[in-house]
Design a protein around this ligand. Structure first.
Ligand SMILES: [Mn+2]
Length: 404
């Protein structure tokens, strides 16, 4: 038997119309893919939302329900894990659970034994594990973004300030025991979080502190494939462990192509000792509407813009140029119109006007040999004469803070 699973993550659905349109382009492609291919399940590894969405009005909620429902009619199941609470606020992911009977969404750790005939599941963390299932099945281990609450159960952080990585390790080991009881079932571990060795693109910043776990900790679960979310840049951590990447390029600096992964698992292939080996084929499929978002730093000098000119044809560009105050008027509407033509329609142009004062300072002050000379020169530029008091303060600073 062959199983086909789609792994995607970080949808970041948002009411911002530009982002919403980008997300929809990628979602359309997913729908088309699932119409053509036989897909058993879609795994969304967290951050389905970008932030709290209002119901009604300008919101991503209806788009989300629309596409989840289209996709759910084309595939066996949809599994959704919660991401960071700043993107997937508490309660925003469970709301999607059972919107259709085969949409399963969780904000806590689960071990789903999925029946691949009827597409129902039991959660082995909550129901007794009876070992091998009768019909073909798939195990999904889901770990939302690790928070103290999710890792420590009843314990309060007030009296129980344990090491979270240690706690997580114990938990993952427990899932490994489930794996041992189900040698004939393929297993996928889904994790939203930072795995050591991952790289960020320039566009993504990680807020606050977070735990970073080594890949071999996740491997304690004994899964065949590891579907990661959280890092927006698509990348492989190991051959069977990867960040699919986000659904669309969200912020300037995200210059990379976005993908989803198609994972084909073959069941029934045994090794010499009669154990299932689950050979896999992992294919990265590019989102065709993905556009690099890049910032160009330019300078307006001598009547023209100076910048490095290697820009992908489909790029979404923020063009940031600096111009001296006295040259500002040389940037005419015509010149800007001409500039716009070299990029796509949605180019954002920002000017950074450098005041003459600062320029004068840099020219004359560059010749000064002492801090005092510099201060006197600066005083002339800003038409505010350097007093003796100020020069004495400078001397004090020099003597006391220039030791190194
Ligand atoms: Mn994210």
């Amino acid at each position: 038997m062959e199983l086909k699973i789609i792994h995607t993550a970080d949808w970041h659905l948002d009411y911002d119309p530009v982002r919403l349109a980008k997300a929809e382009n990628s979602l359309k492609q997913l729908v088309e893919y699932c119409k053509k291919e036989t897909v058993n399940g879609i795994i969304i590894a967290g951050d389905i939302w970008d932030r709290l969405q209002p119901f009604g009005g300008r919101s991503a909620v209806s788009l989300c329900f629309d596409y989840l429902s289209q996709l759910s009619s084309l595939v066996g199941f949809i599994f959704i894990d919660a991401g960071n609470s700043s993107h997937d606020p508490d309660g925003s992911v469970v709301k999607l659970n059972n919107y259709r009977p085969n949409i399963w969404a969780f904000e806590y750790n689960v071990a789903l034994l999925v029946d691949l005939k009827g597409y129902s599941y039991i959660d082995l963390c909550q129901q007794p594990d009876l070992g091998q299932a009768d019909s073909p099945s798939l195990l999904i281990y889901g770990f939302p973004y690790p928070t103290k609450a999710r890792l420590m159960g009843q314990g309060s952080i007030d009296e129980n300030n344990v090491n979270l990585v240690e706690q997580f390790e114990k938990l993952l080991g427990y899932y490994g025991m489930i794996s041992d009881r189900h040698p004939d079932t393929p297993k996928i571990t889904v994790y939203h979080g930072n795995v050591a060795g991952s790289k960020l693109s320039k566009g993504q910043t990680i807020a606050g502190q977070e735990i970073i776990i080594p890949p071999n900790l996740l491997e304690l679960t004994g899964a065949n494939y590891y579907a990661l979310g959280h890092i927006h840049m698509p990348q492989q951590i190991k051959w069977n462990m990867s960040y699919s990447g986000s659904l669309y390029n969200k912020d300037f600096g995200e210059t990379e192509q976005k993908y989803f992964n198609s994972v084909k698992i073959t069941c029934g292939v045994l090794d010499g000792e009669g154990r299932e080996t689950f050979p896999m084929e992992i294919e990265r499929i590019a989102f065709v509407s993905s556009r690099p978002m890049l910032t160009i730093e330019a300078e307006f000098r001598g009547g023209k813009f100076i910048y490095e000119n290697h820009i992908p044809a489909n790029a979404e560009v923020k063009f940031r140029y600096s111009v001296a105050e006295n040259e500002r008027e040389l940037v005419t509407a015509d010149i800007l119109k001409e500039l716009r033509k070299s990029f796509n329609e949605d180019v954002k142009i920002e000017a950074n006007v450098i005041p003459i004062q600062r320029e004068a300072r840099s020219i004359n002050m560059a010749k000064c040999k002492t801090l005092q000379d510099e201060i006197v020169e600066y005083g002339k530029v800003i038409k505010n004469e350097a007093t003796r008091g100020i020069l004495e303060k400078a001397q004090f600073l020099l003597e006391n803070y220039n030791a190194e």
